[in-house]
Write a protein that binds this ligand. Sequence first.
Ligand code: FAD
Length: 318
Amino acid sequence: MKVTEYIAKSKGKTLFTFELLPPLKGENINSIYQTIEPLIEFNPSFVDVTYHREEVIFKEREDGLLERRTVRKRPGTVGIAAAIKFKYGIDVVPHLICGGFSQEETENALIDLQFLGIDNILLIRGDNLRGEKQFKPEPDGHRYAIDLVKQVIKLNKGIFLEEDMLNPVPTNFCIGVSGYPEKHIESPNLATDLQYLKAKVDAGADYIVTQMFFDNSKYFDFVKACRETGITIPIIPGLKPISLKSQLSTLPRTFSIDIPDELVKEVEKCTDTQQVRQAGVEWAIQQSRELIEFGVPVLHFYTMGKSDNIRKIAHEIF
Ligand code: FAD
């Protein structure tokens, strides 16, 4: 079933969903199952699986020179999504990015998903390769997520890249895109970012999932601004419980988000990681309660590969 159908059928009841990331290359699928299983009893409506492009690494050679290598450390998005769908009967939302994909590779990835009966996708641009100042698309790839949305919309109409196909069967993807309550890191301001978000929606996106935020007023203001801009589709809040003290600086640096003073003080008081995880859980529970009160369609949690903290939150909320 499509994400938008889940939301329509829930009749205003907030749904529980979460995001997983593929394990590091070399680990096996059991680590994914170990993350999911503690959360199954809370009836997740769908599970997102992130996509990770190649990374550039430098290996020291015997002669002392550095060799540049490109590796994908977390492959397996489509395989994991399919494994979850068939093992647990839960709908999945694999992520698909612009970075590293030509248009034809994108089309082929979409065909794989179609054959697997996966009809939800989250379309995002992806980040720059490490060491690159700007995002560089493949020569025949997409520069912005909107271009990916347009390609999927065409495919949903049966328009493939190859024009002279006999009886092409349209795909039927429900399309999610990302939104940034505190603006995207590269955007000059929130209003500009919103215009580009609106363009993704006008191109055919069905729903928005937000970047994590720790201050609900940022989400409420974002929803208001989206509605004033004419965006009417569901806006799903993404929540991440703080789990390490170091995240007080890494999360703002990576995602260009603020962490409220009160939460910073709570985390700074903690003397070990267990206490930090608990402080993160308590903050997320408060956020969740207020968001449900506001009437959000879904609470979407970023697991970052660990679910014990998400389980504690879900236990209180769902
Ligand atoms: P876009 O919508 O393309 O926007 C990128 C920037 O360009 C923004 O600043 C926007 O304002 C600007 N812009 C957009 N259109 C134009 C235009 N026409 N002209 C000029 N500027 C424009 N990354 C991964 O690698 N894998 C994942 O699985 C993944 N999942 C994510 C899930 C969610 C819910 C979120 C919020 C992010 C996720 N990301 C993921 C991170 C994402 O790839 C980065 O944030 C990326 O930098 C931007 O992606 P986007 O789709 O928002 O980009």
